[in-house]
Ligand binder design. Structure first.
Ligand code: ADP
Ligand code: ADP
Ligand code: MG
Length: 689
């Protein structure tokens, strides 16, 4: 077996690969840039090599420096992970020239599958179903319109070199083809250095279902079932699962066999993924083949029990596959949610900063048989920087059935404690809580359809609002009681008003009045009931006993609500709670609340208080995140329409276009292209007519 391998990657995937290498008793070498000097993957590896500056183009994408590190550290093989150089055929070639084994497919397989037009041609010749369309380069706008008319609308205009969800546009009419063709091709040139465009039919409301294959150097190819990746945002995967709740055994087999046909046609070796889109009638069409380890590979590992990284290493070493198709059994159901450093309430704006808290749920097999797995590359205290992509962890669950796996994921998300940066956990929880998701009725349009106005947090129904209001009050009583030397009940008011604010601008604060039972106050138990002089909507006004259990390290609070009849189990609710000045911020399964609490003697005077004047910043374009101003799209004194793009700020591998909130005139532009911006800097000032 290999003695030592270098992992040409960072973050969770580098850590993931190191784990398997350790299990196989292979020594590991990490590579790192300036920003990653103290990163988790460097700490986990046996050795580490410095390869350059923080921007990926000066380090993780520098084939020459990585090969030099391999030689210096005397590595006999290299695992590329995903992204970076993993699908770069000339890198694979340079490695083999240097006598280092590339743990992945051959350079020719990478090259032919890396190009979408080329790979579709090969797929067609291997009798694989391809999306109806024109398999060839489209020269100009007029050709594009002609071809799109022939295919029939809607169509998808795609960059042949595209990847990572970039370089795709939908057109519903020839006008839209005209508009989009040139933009798509200039975008493709900019992002991928290759402006070739092709057009295929846009399949409406499809599912994205992909087949995992494994192939050795002796012509053995097997498939390890499928992964459903239909939960996407802007063509990028957010939640994946295996198996797909949609496929039947017969379709699975047909898709698996076509994936094998394609792999054989290109002489594929190593682990690879053949992506398909599947329509409502279970017709499936080849999209592309990813010639690398896929981000969402853990769900396949969980249902097959096969370690894909181990298989890749063995295959690269020249071993024969020990598993045959009949050994591949799909057991139970696994789900992966991608935890990103981004703010779902601000249109998923990437977020950076220091992880002042980072406590993922424990990786374990639970007493009910379910499993929690968390693939991560960060520790508490680490910094999430602008240089790399914002994924910080992949949280996975496994259960005997899909329902059990969903339950496990929901509580695993509840148990994930993260502070210092914005994160998307409440968005993920909201998807898991969604009825359509639970029933398995999903498509790639799911996120757009279910969150039409973008994500604004879930709103509890009235009965659950009462419950949440009482929990927040119980928590507050426990908190304020800490301020007394010896707990003096008399100092605590027994009547309270709780105001709940939601991120939705249209939702006015909901107000609730409660009484606490001070005679029976035995912390951390608080007895609370609603006051009768309000609309209770059928809620009874008996006391419920709430137990407040605070985990001070994880900053999570578990409430146990004893039901009135005491016959049923207490209801358990676990949430993230933050004290913020006068407010309490509270997060539970997609619901985000900012609560203010007033004892009666203050609540009575609230009506005399002037509302706080909000400073109007609507005439300023404020930089939402640190990054680089890469493009200014407007000029001083220009008249701008609502929603028009003003400038582009690049951070975390993503380009964020900032748009005009209303029709306006640009008065002043404070920066120039290429400038570095920090949060809240005023990029432009405008006035409204
Ligand atoms: P998967 O199908 O495994 O989710 P993606 O296509 O989303 O894979 O990409 C996997 C990784 O590679 C991600 O980190 C993504 O950001 C990166 N990636 C893929 N294509 C590109 C590209 N053309 N440019 C930059 N990064 C890319
Ligand atoms: P990438 O290389 O960026 O991963 P893909 O070709 O795999 O690009 O497409 C990414 C996603 O875009 C798919 O998962 C699917 O949701 C959507 N998509 C791509 N092509 C089509 C199509 N022809 N019809 C409908 N959706 C599509
Ligand atoms: Mg893809």
């Amino acid at each position: 077996m290999f003695k030592k391998i270098l992992i040409a990657n960072r973050g969770e995937i580098a850590c993931r690969i190191i784990k398997t290498a350790k299990k196989m008793k292979i020594k590991t070498v990490a590579v790192f840039s300036d920003a990653d000097r103290y990163a988790e993957h460097v700490r986990l590896a046996d050795e580490a090599a410095y390869i350059g500056l923080s921007p990926a183009s000066d380090s993780y994408l520098r084939a020459d420096l990585i090969i030099k590190a391999c030689k210096e550290k005397k590595c006999d093989a290299l695992h590329p992970g995903y992204g970076f150089l993993s699908e770069n055929s000339s890198f694979a070639e340079s490695l083999s020239k240097a006598g280092i084994t590339f743990i992945g497919p051959s350079k020719s397989a990478i090259a032919s599958m890396g190009d979408k037009i080329e790979s579709k041609k090969i797929a067609k010749s291997a009798n694989v179903n391809t999306v109806p369309g024109h398999i060839g380069i489209i020269k100009n706008k007029n050709d594009a319109i002609k071809i799109a008319d022939e295919i029939g609308y809607p169509v998808m205009i795609k960059a042949s070199a595209g990847g990572g969800g970039k370089g795709m546009r939908i057109a519903f009419s020839s006008d839209q083809v005209e508009d989009n063709f040139e933009r798509a091709s200039s975008e493709a040139l900019k992002s991928f250095g290759d402006k070739r465009i092709f057009i295929e039919k846009f399949i409406t409301e499809p599912r994205h279902i992909e087949i995992q294959v494994l192939a050795d150097n002796f012509g053995n190819v097997i498939y390890l079932g499928e992964r459903e990746c239909s939960i996407q945002r802007r063509n990028q995967k957010v939640i994946e699962e295996a198996p797909s709740p949609f496929l039947d055994e017969q379709t699975r087999k047909k898709m698996g066999e076509q994936a094998i046909q394609l792999s054989k046609k290109v002489g594929y070796t190593s682990a690879g993924t053949v992506e398909f889109i599947v329509d409502k009638d279970k017709n499936f069409y080849f999209l592309e083949m990813n010639t690398r380890l896929q981000v969402e590979h853990p769900v396949t590992e969980l249902i097959t029990g096969i370690d894909l990284v181990e298989q890749m290493i063995k295959i690269a070493y020249g071993k024969k596959l020990e598993i045959s198709q009949k050994d591949v059994l799909l057991n139970g159901s696994a789900i992966e949610t991608r935890i990103y450093a981004e703010n779902p309430y601000k249109n998923f704006l990437p977020s950076i900063g220091r992880l002042t808290k980072y406590h993922p749920p424990k990786e374990t097999k639970h007493s009910d048989g379910t499993i929690t797995r968390n693939d991560t590359g960060v520790r508490e205290g680490d910094e999430v920087s602008i240089f790399y992509d914002p994924m910080i962890a992949k949280l996975c669950s496994w259960g005997k059935t899909r329902a059990l796996s969903i339950n496990r994921m929901e509580s695993a998300l509840d148990n994930f404690s993260l502070e210092g940066i914005d994160h998307n956990i409440s968005f993920l929880s909201a998807i898991l809580a969604n009825k359509r998701f639970k029933s398995g009725d999903i498509s790639t349009a799911f996120v757009d359809e279910e969150f039409k106005e973008g994500f604004q947090g879930l709103i509890p129904n009235n009965k659950f609002e009462w419950t949440l209001g009482s929990l927040i009050l119980a928590y507050h009583i426990c908190e304020i009681s800490k301020n007394f030397e010896i707990f003096e009940k008399d100092k605590i008011s027994d009547e309270w008003e709780v105001h709940l604010h939601y991120p939705q601008p249209s939702k006015y604060p909901s107000k609730f009045k409660f009484r606490i039972n001070k005679d029976n106050l035995n912390l951390p138990f608080v007895n609370i009931k609603p006051l009768p002089d309000q609309k209770l909507n059928g809620l009874n006004d008996k006391f419920s006993k709430i137990e407040v259990d605070q985990d001070f390290i994880k900053k999570l609070v578990t409430f146990k609500i004893n039901s009135q009849d005491r016959l049923t189990e207490p209801q358990k609710i676990q949430c993230r709670v933050k004290n913020k000045n006068t407010n309490i911020e509270f997060e539970y399964r997609g619901i985000t609340i900012s609560a203010s609490l007033f004892p009666k003697h203050i609540a009575d005077y609230l009506k005399y208080m002037k509302p706080i004047k909000v400073i109007d910043k609507s005439n300023l374009l404020v930089c939402p995140m640190p990054g680089k101003l890469i493009k200014i799209l407007v000029k001083q004194n220009q008249i701008i329409e609502e929603g028009q793009s003003l400038c582009v700020v690049e951070a975390m591998k993503m380009e964020n276009t900032l748009v005009a909130p209303k029709q306006c005139i640009i008065n002043k532009i404070n920066f120039k292209e290429g400038d570095t911006l920090s949060v809240d800097q005023i990029i432009m000032e405008f006035s409204f007519k």
